[in-house]
Design a protein around this ligand. Sequence first.
Ligand code: NA7
Length: 531
Amino acid sequence: MLDAAVIGAGLSGMYQIHRLQALGLASQGFEAGADVGGTWYWNRYPGARFDSESYSYGYSFSAEVLREWNWSEHFSPQPETLRYCNFVADKLNLRKHFRFGMRLVSARFSDGENAWSLEFDNGETVRCRILVTAVGPLSAPVMPELSGLETFAGEVQHTGLWPKGEVAVKGRRIGVIGTGATGVQVIQEVAKTAGHLTVFQRTPNWCAPLNNRPISAPEQASIKASYDRIFRLCNETANGFMHDADPRKALEASAEEREAFWEKLYSEPGFGIWLANYSDILVDQTANDLISAFMARKIRERVRDPVTAAKLIPGNHGFGTRRVPMETNYYEAYNQADVDLVDLSETPIECATPNGLITAAGEVELDLLILATGFDAVRGALDRIDIVGVNGVRLKDRWDDGPVTYLGLAVSGFPNLLTLVGPHNSATFCNIPRCIEQNVDWVTDAIRYMAAHGYRRIEATREAEEEWTSHVFEVAQGLLMTKTRSWFMGLNANIQGRDKPRLLVYAGGAPRYRERCDAVAAQGYAGFQLT
Ligand code: NA7
């Protein structure tokens, strides 16, 4: 019997196993993939990269890793991030604590034993006292319903399941479905070499320039000398980024001031234009209309054909109310003669054929179809495991009307289950490693506390869960995001039952979340029943 099992060898699983090993507990990690890396292991599509400043994204806990690792770009590409994950795994000797190629299929809690029985897809079973899921919030890829797809003679790839080997792009006729953060990255990259690219867009998003560039040698030295300051800053901001809302209001600024401020943000690197903007743009519709008009003008300036530009301007939601895709020459790609935009609201896809896709406007012949259609967000990876708690209750069923959790880390009726980056956890709405470290540290302390006091079982109470879940909804009230269709709101037209808004993220800010978690721990894990 293991003291603890950790499911997943992404950033949260790697750090979690590192901490549990240091406690001297019998702990073991299990990972479906063949190696470490999680998101960065699976998402190998062309153009995949950070939208967080690289040096704000890496782990902060190891001075040695910080000292030895050099990021090459302000927003590093996926191959480098995967190398980073491998570097950390080597440095901390983590691989020996993981078993790879094992996907958790089911987890059943035994009330009598206060233990979980785990079953993996290779048929193996394992028992553990504590089950820590580190399965990632954006790791359950979703395929679109596309009739006839099985007859398509070309190649089909989902961005979140991109193969390790080379996928030929150069000179090929490529179609991309999806224009979220992933679609935008892949489109701007494959547009460079594809023979012909057709983008199938259902909903345009408000994209903002990433303004990436290489890190020079003096910058590298300065970053290394500033890590304390960088992580302190990330700890203080609402979402763990190096950007935080400007206290001023768009509606109180003059038109000239707004224009100058927005031009500045538009020319700066990273999420600043989304997260360091005037404090009213994400809550006040009039303020949001102003920034949306600014962003629309930028699109019109950058896209030569006014009809194409109009199609790329979102009409059903305001800027920043969905995840803002970060781009590098994305809009300019549509100025290329060999790039077409198909607006699915005008000409929907009817079916796939052996040659390509048929839309209401005719057939588009393709060699490679890229599905950038996203994930069953935040809860999807948990739902895909048959998790059965006390009295035979399934977690999936418990969450029929949307997730209910305590701190986004626990669910009543599911003792000894701790969900890193689970629904309603601030890590879902965060520069994720910053919040992952907090999650893992908290979970590790809780496990240590249990061991020190001889507790065998930790379970969130119903009352604590209800209070937390209400709090999650309360703090999101007033955010324009809650009126918009997106994965934040748990909406996904490709999945049955995901047609009602069910908030998945914690929007109260990482500092507030951290304080609450700390207070819970300081009060002997208030809201949990320990036995
Ligand atoms: P997203 O943000 O969920 O985007 C998925 C995209 O795929 C989005 O444009 C969807 O359009 C589109 N989509 C999905 N299904 C279909 C079908 N059936 N037909 C046409 N278009 C479709 O996923 P991403 O991978 O881009 O990003 C997820 C997160 O990962 C991102 O926020 C980052 O934090 C990292 P829709 O908008 O639903 O109309």
